[in-house]
Structures are given as C-alpha cells and as structure tokens.
Ligand binder design. Sequence first.
Ligand SMILES: *Cc1c(COP(=O)(O)O)cnc(C)c1O
Ligand SMILES: [Zn+2]
Length: 416
Amino acid sequence: MTITTSIASLEVLPQHCKLCGTEYPAEANAICGECLGPLEPTYPKDRVLPDREDIARRAPNLWRYREWLPFIGEPVYSKETGFTPLIEAPRLAAHLGVARLWVKNDAVAQPSLSFKDRVVTTAINAAHALGLSVIGCASTGNLANAVAAHAARAGLPAWIFIPEDLEPAKVINTAVFGANLVRVRGHYDDVNRLCAQLADRFGWGIVNVNLRGYYGEGSKTMAFEIAEQLGWRLPTAVVAPMAGGSLLTKLGKGFGEFQAAGLVSGPSPRLYGAQASGCAPIVRLVESGGVRLVPEIPNTIARSIAIGNPADGPFAARAMVESGGWGAHVSDEEIVSAIRLLAETTGVFTETAGGATLGAALKLAKQGRLTADDEVVICITGNGLKTTDVVRDVLPQAPIVDAKVREVAALVASRS
Ligand SMILES: *Cc1c(COP(=O)(O)O)cnc(C)c1O
Ligand SMILES: [Zn+2]
C-alpha cells in the first residue's frame, strides 16, 4: 500500500463482505466483487475497549465511542457531531399506554438537524483517510443538507444529487452551504443509480454509495447514546424510521456491541421499523414473511424516508424479526397527526419521518405489540422546520385582533 504525504495520521479500517466474508483493503468500495453483498469495516479483534468511566470522561460527541468506529487515529473533520438529547416523555407514554417513553432527539443534531449528521461524520473522515478530496451523495433531502454542511465546515467541494421535486426547505438547506447541487429527473432510486456511475467516473467519495460501509457505522452511535443516556441500560423496545434500512440495522448492531463489551446487560431491545404506507417495502417484507423485497414507487409526504428499493431492506427486516420486534406503516394523515401529537406533548417539532415513527408506535401499541411493561425509545431523526408545508394547512389559523384588551378578553372567554 502506498501512503502519500497529504494523508494525515487518520487511517480507516479494511472491510469484508457481510454475506460471504471476502476481505477487502481500505478503499472507496461498498460492494463485494464475488457476491455483490455489502461491505462493512473489519475491526481488530484485539482492540482495547474503554469502560463506562472512560467513556463518561470524554467530550459529549459521537467520538466518545471511537473504538466502535472504523478508524485508527484522530478524526479530522466533524468532531462535534452527536450526543443529542434523550428526553423522557411521560405524557406521551400515557398516550401509548407504555411504562416509560423517551424521545431520542436527532431533530437537533449538529450541524444540519437530522440523524444524517452521524453518518456523514464517519463518511467524511473515511474520505479524508482514503485521500478523496471531493465528497457527494444521492439524497432524499436530509443527507444533502448534511453533506453540504459538513463539506462546508471541512472546506471540501461537494456534489449533491437529489430528485428534482424535493421540498423547497430541503433544497434551500443544501444550497445555502455553497455545494454543487444537482436536481435529477426521476425518483431517488434513479438518483442513486446515477451516483454509483459518477463515483467511478470521477473518483468522488459518494458517502452513501462507495463509502457506504463506513457511512453506516455512524448510525450505531445513536444506539450507544441511548444506552449511556439511560444510565448504561437498554430500553425494552426501540421504534425508528426506515429509508434504506441502514439506521434500523445499525441500531441492532450497536446495542449488540455494547452488550458484547459488557457495558450493558439484559435482553436486547425489540426493534420496530416505521415507514409511510406510500413507501413501505421493508414493512411489507416483514408482514409477508417473505425473503425477497418487492420494490415500490414512492408516493408519500414522508420524502426523507421514501426509498422504494432500500439497499439494507432485507437486513433491516431480519433485525426486526430476530429481535422480537416488527414493522408498521402509517398513512400520510396519520403522519401529520403524529407530528402534532409529538409537538403538543413533548415540545419537539419533527419532520415527516418522525411523524411516521410516532404514528407507527401508536399503531404498534394499539396492536398490543408495545405493552404496559415496555420502556420505549422513539428515534426522532429530523427537524420539523424542514417540512413545514405538511402541517401549514391543518393548524388552526391564529386570530388577528386590534391591540385592545377588550378584544383579547373576548377571545379568552370564547376559549374557556
Ligand atoms: C435517511 C433518514 C432516515 C433513515 O435512513 P436509513 O436509510 O434507513 O438509514 C430516517 N429519518 C430521516 C429523517 C432520514 O433523513
Ligand atoms: Zn461477498
């Protein structure tokens, strides 16, 4: 292996195929040449792991779990991401009829207000370690925001590809960072296919394409934070949204790694995946008990999770079933009412993916899959300010009054 002087002391780990085990060097490649399976990082067996006290002493960002991230050496970029709040929500717990409930609030993730800040943090450092000086992504919105923001902070050029009809706020929240933003005619799956070709053609680090093995590991940090913030224990159930199915899969991996390290004990949480009814290929795979995922053409307001042919769909389905969990999909109407319920009971304003997540939790509780004994964490992965259009027309109009006490008094009387 040749090491050029431009590469700092950060190294990224080699990879292996998740299906057939074939080993690969550290490089910008996410697919096994033997069986087309996905690659994931290979951690040294003798890696020295920290204990609870060691971790607790470290700065409040996702690098406090660095031994479970695919690097050797110091991170170079995005050193502040992670350690978002875990908020207990007793009123929402009562609503669902579960013992306790917490909101893992990645709606305030830094710097771009979604959980995609986690995966871009690991991917951009992998790009650096591999000597790639241009990063990019195929995105349903939040990933575009995150890649643009992290690249701006790092001073790297970025090429970002989105479906042409994305929500205006997601487009603005990308363009403002000065990235090369390109709208592609077609659905996300068309954009993704294009990006796979572009990665080869230009030698770019496309975070969710040729850097996907390194990208995905960032998601595990949400599981680590949940365990630590609960006081080094596990919830009984976790509900998370699914797009490509990576987050759900990696939550399972993360909880498992903390159990293996002896940092937490007791049973693994049951994992429940949420999708919108207008794009629910992973949930339908679970419900049918099948083995082959049937791709769908998305048609839902939950744009950020509308991936019709999810790369990690079968892995997510298996993670749900093997943990004793399940999946649920909800209508666009249920998504909107869950956004309002979350806001009104917890003070957290989520985008549509969070509406799907809480909507799914409500459905699972009604089905008796979440019970009065459960301690539940719902993963709220994106900020409501990015999708205000979906609630604008259902919220009550604010009355307009003259600046007179008499007029407000009449209003108060009419509402009491
Ligand atoms: C991307 C995304 C997800 C899920 O991503 P996966 O592809 O399943 O890892 C969930 N919520 C939001 C808001 C997202 O942007
Ligand atoms: Zn393979």
